[in-house]
Design a protein around this ligand. Structure first.
Ligand code: OSB
Ligand code: MG
Length: 370
C-alpha cells in the first residue's frame, strides 16, 4: 500500500445526554459534548472523538480553541495529502505547541482509517493482542451512602477496581467507609488536582487504606511536588493530567513522581505518544492503565484497542457505555462482562456509527475537501 490520501474530513460537535450528572472536584457534567472527526480516503472512513471539554476545567484545552485549530490550521495541512503511515502525521502536528487533545483526534481517526485499509484490527496495527481487557469503574462525587451502594453494585457486576473521585471535604471519611465494607478490593482515588502540599496530613491519612494508587492529587501541570509527596507516603502516586507527552513521563519516572501512569490516548496527542509513554513506563517497571473521559462508543472502542498493549497491567476506566448514556452513537453495545470488555471485532476500531441517531445529537457539521 502506498499510504493513504486523506480526501475529506467531516467534523461535528455532538451532544450526548448523560443518564445522570457526573461530578468531579472541578465541576459537574450534565451532557457529554465533544468534537467527532470522520476522515475519508480510498473508500474507507476513520473515526475519532476528541476528549477536549467545552471549558478548561480538567485541562487547559477547549472545544472552541480545538475547533479553530482543526478548521484553520490542522485539517488544511492534511487534507489532499498522502501519508505512508499514521506516524507520518507527526512532522506536521508536533511542531505546534500543546493542543494534544486536538492533535490526537486527527491521528486517532487516521489510525482507524489506516487499519481499515490494511484490513486489520487497530489492536494488531499497534502491537496489542487478546480479545478482552480488564476494567473497573470511576465513581463520581455523590453522597457517601450512595457511593457505598454503587460500589457494592459494581463489585457484584464483576468490575475489577473501584476508583472514587475525591475533593477537599469529601475524602478520608469516604475512603474509610468503603474500605470498612470492602477490606480487600482494588481501590483507588482520583483528586483531579484539588490538593496541594499543604494537605500533607490529609495525604498521610489517605495513605492508611492500602489503596492501589492515589491519582493526580496535586496541580495539573506539576511534577515536582508529586515527587516530594511520594517521598512522604507509601501508596503509589498515579499521574493523569500531568502527563501530556513522553518527555513529561520521562521526567516523572526519573524523579519518582509517579509509580503508575493513567494513559488516555486522547490526552497525549494520539497513539504514537501513548505507545512511547507505555514503552517508557515499562522500561521503569511501572504499570499503566487506560483512563477515560466519559467517551461515546467511538472513544471507548479506541480505548479498548489501546488497552490490549502488554504493559496495561491494571484495570482501565472503560466501563459499559450504558452506565453513562441512554443511547450511544454506535450500533455495537460496549458492555462489561465479569469486569472485562470485549475488543470490538472487525477492522479498525471495529464499531459502526448509527448515522440516524448521530444526526439527532449533532450540534454542528462541517465538511472539508481538498
Ligand atoms: O480524571 O479520569 C479522570 C472523567 C472526566 C474527567 C476526568 C476524569 C474522568 C473519569 C471518568 O475518571 C472515567 C470514565 O470515562 O469512566
Ligand atoms: Mg484522572
Amino acid at each position: 500500500m502506498r499510504g493513504i490520501k486523506i480526501e475529506e474530513a467531516e467534523l461535528r460537535i455532538v451532544r450526548l445526554p448523560l443518564l445522570k450528572p457526573f461530578t468531579i472536584s472541578t465541576g459537574t457534567m450534565h451532557d457529554k459534548i465533544f468534537p467527532l472527526l470522520i476522515l475519508r480516503g480510498e473508500g474507507f472512513e476513520g473515526y475519532a472523538e476528541s476528549v477536549v471539554d467545552p471549558v478548561p476545567d480538567y485541562l487547559d484545552e477547549t472545544i472552541a480553541g480545538g475547533m479553530m485549530l482543526l478548521r484553520d490550521v490542522f485539517l488544511p495541512q492534511v487534507i489532499g495529502k498522502r501519508f505512508e503511515h499514521p506516524a507520518a502525521l507527526d512532522p506536521i502536528l508536533t511542531p505546534w505547541r500543546g493542543h494534544y487533545m486536538t492533535k490526537a483526534v486527527i491521528e486517532m481517526a487516521f489510525y482507524d482509517l489506516y487499519a481499515k485499509a490494511l484490513n486489520q484490527p487497530l489492536k494488531t496495527l499497534i502491537g496489542g493482542s487478546g480479545d478482552r481487557v480488564n476494567v473497573g469503574v470511576s465513581l463520581g462525587i455523590m453522597p457517601l451512602e450512595e457511593t457505598l451502594a454503587k460500589t457494592d453494585d459494581h463489585l457484584a457486576q464483576g468490575y475489577k477496581r473501584i476508583k472514587l473521585k475525591i475533593m477537599p471535604g469529601h475524602d478520608v471519611k469516604l475512603v474509610e467507609l468503603v474500605r470498612q465494607h470492602h477490606p480487600a478490593i482494588a481501590l483507588s482515588v482520583d483528586a483531579n488536582s484539588s490538593y496541594t502540599l499543604a494537605d500533607i496530613n490529609l495525604m498521610r491519612a489517605l495513605d492508611c487504606f492500602r489503596m492501589d494508587y492515589i491519582e493526580q492529587p496535586l496541580a495539573h501541570d506539576d511534577l515536582h511536588d508529586h515527587a516530594t509527596l511520594q517521598k512522604e507516603i507509601i501508596t503509589p502516586l498515579c499521574l493523569d493530567e500531568s502527563i501530556r507527552t513522553a518527555a513529561h513521563a520521562r521526567k516523572a519516572l526519573q524523579t519518582d513522581a509517579t509509580r503508575v501512569i493513567n494513559i488516555k490516548v486522547g490526552r497525549v496527542g494520539g497513539y504514537g505518544e501513548a505507545i512511547r509513554i507505555h514503552d517508557l513506563a515499562e522500561s521503569f517497571s511501572v504499570p499503566v492503565w487506560c483512563g477515560g473521559m466519559l467517551e461515546s462508543g467511538i472513544g471507548r472502542a479506541h480505548n479498548i484497542h489501546l488497552s490490549t498493549l502488554r504493559n496495561f497491567k491494571k484495570p482501565g476506566d472503560t466501563s459499559s457505555a450504558s452506565r453513562y448514556f441512554p443511547r450511544d452513537i454506535i450500533h455495537e453495545k460496549l458492555e462489561t462482562e465479569n469486569g472485562t470488555m470485549a475488543v470490538p471485532q472487525g477492522t479498525g476500531i471495529g464499531v459502526s456509527l448509527d448515522w440516524d441517531f448521530l444526526e439527532t445529537v449533532t450540534l454542528s457539521k462541517e465538511i472539508f475537501k481538498a
